[in-house]
Design a protein around this ligand. Structure first.
Ligand code: AMP
Ligand code: ZN
Length: 432
């Protein structure tokens, strides 16, 4: 197999041996900042005391709050002059979280991102258009350096501005794009609005990540542009993109275990869940000197896919992220994840590119409204047909989440769209 990095094809023994060596080195490195030295001393963890990979569980968790408390540089493990770049996580609430990288860290990260792209067939002949925000967000420079590392001509297009995206893609014959799932459909509609067929567009591969989306959503993006879309997972605390990525099988994302130790725990008990069950992903990065992070609680909910991937890689696969433990909302006592709603609404061909979940209180109790955009060609249907569709969607949602929401069909492009990660839920209930 033609791979970017031989580590991709390592056996389990090779992977686990390297993980153990690197875990010891990472613990030693982490102890260079006071925060981890204190934490690890309290737990009695020294590099020498790590004898097997099981010992990772003796290391205390690191939380987002810890990173906020140590902002801006409390967790640096190298002299500040060694730092060449910082990024922030895209959280919209609370104080920021900043991650600082040395030159080695940046190089290792770019290699990981390049490894992902190469795996799905991106080569130096490709033209890569990065449609995500640059600036502090890791989807900008993180993806950019990975694509350049392969040798692609890399266009830092940035987000939004569909007209310019289309012009750049046509003029430079873009073959690979990094794009937010929510924006992919918007771009396709824009092309259609210009009287063009998105399937004629030169794109052959899309790297799609940064926010949760369903299999239904992926198929739509692929059909719309007649291309392949691969799921890409990462988070700033673990560098950013390049943590886990789908192979050509498009069935689960290989998490690069030579550079990370992934665990899945029950978020309540903090114990590991049985293999194949959904829980919270906890990550340790093994290839970072500037700011190593041990056992980070990502809040992302997923599971390890059981069994081996037919592609032959032995790095375990993460299933699609079903949501974040803090995304879940409770309505009439039922726990609901936005992705459950998406899965249903996107399975209707009449549904366009966007939807919005509104949680309200009508004075008697909580109500959930789901607004869904309908494609222009269906919006002209007669009232009765539309009402029928509304009812069918509501019934299908009830089957999925056990409560019946109010479904409202709205015209395409009428719901707010954002340039960054999509906002799927607006909770307008008065907090008691
Ligand atoms: P940031 O902190 O800005 O780097 O955002 C990282 C977060 O984005 C992750 O913790 C996930 O919640 C989300 N995310 C990234 N990639 C994906 C993906 N492929 N599927 C679902 N959620 C994702
Ligand atoms: Zn595979």
């Amino acid at each position: 197999m033609d791979v970017f990095d031989p580590a991709e094809l390592w056996s389990r023994d090779q992977i686990e041996h390297t993980q153990l060596m690197r875990l010891r080195a990472t613990v030693a490195q982490a102890r260079k900042c006071e925060f981890y030295r204190r934490r690890l001393d309290e737990a009695g963890v020294t590099p020498e005391s790590i004898r097997s990979l099981e010992d990772v569980r003796r290391i205390p968790f690191t939380t987002k709050q810890d990173l906020r408390d140590q902002y801006p540089t409390g967790m640096l493990c190298v002299p500040p002059s060694e730092i060449v770049r910082m990024h922030c996580s895209s959280g919209t609430t609370g104080s920021p979280v900043a991650i600082c990288h040395t030159q080695n860290d940046i190089n290792a990260w770019a290699d990981l991102v390049a490894r992902c792209f190469y795996m799905v067939g991106v080569r130096k002949e490709d033209v890569f258009q990065n449609m995500s925000g640059y600036g502090l967000f890791t989807g900008g420079l993180g993806i950019h350096f990975g694509a350049e590392r392969i040798g692609c001509m890399t266009i830092p297009a940035g987000p939004g501005n569909s007209r310019r995206q289309i012009k750049l893609a046509k003029d430079f014959k873009t073959t690979v794009a990094h794009i937010l799932p929510s924006y992919a459909l918007i771009l396709g509609e824009h092309l259609r609005g210009m009287g063009e067929d998105p399937r004629e567009f030169p794109l052959r591969i899309a790297v799609v990540g940064a926010e949760p989306y369903t299999e239904e959503f992926r198929r739509r993006i692929e059909d719309l542009f007649n291309m392949k879309a691969y799921n890409s997972y990462g988070l700033s605390e673990m560098n950013g993109p390049g943590v886990a990525f789908e192979c050509l099988q498009q069935h689960g994302m290989h998490v690069w275990e030579d550079c990370y130790i992934p665990e899945i725990i029950d978020p309540e008990t903090c114990e590991p869940v049985p293999d194949g069950e959904i829980g919270e992903l906890v990550m340790t990065c093994l290839c970072r000197q500037g700011m190593p992070i041990l056992r980070y609680r990502t809040r992302d909910l997923t599971r390890f896919l059981p069994g081996e991937c037919p592609c032959g890689r032995k790095h375990r696969r993460l299933d699609r992220i079903v949501g974040r433990s803090d995304d879940m909302f409770i309505i009439k006592g039922v726990n609901v994840y936005p992705m459950q709603i998406e899965q249903v609404v996107m399975s209707f061909p009449q549904v366009g590119q966007n939807y919005l979940i509104l949680l309200e209180n009508d004075g008697f109790g909580d109500v959930m409204r789901v607004q869904v955009e309908i494609r222009d060609e269906y919006f002209v249907e007669d009232m009765r047909t539309l009402q029928g569709l509304q009812k069918t969607i509501a019934n299908r949602l009830r089957d999925e989440i056990l409560i019946t929401p109010k479904v409202e069909l709205v015209q395409s492009n009428s719901l707010p769209s954002s340039e960054g990660k999509a906002v799927r839920v607006q909770d307008l209930r008065v907090k008691k």
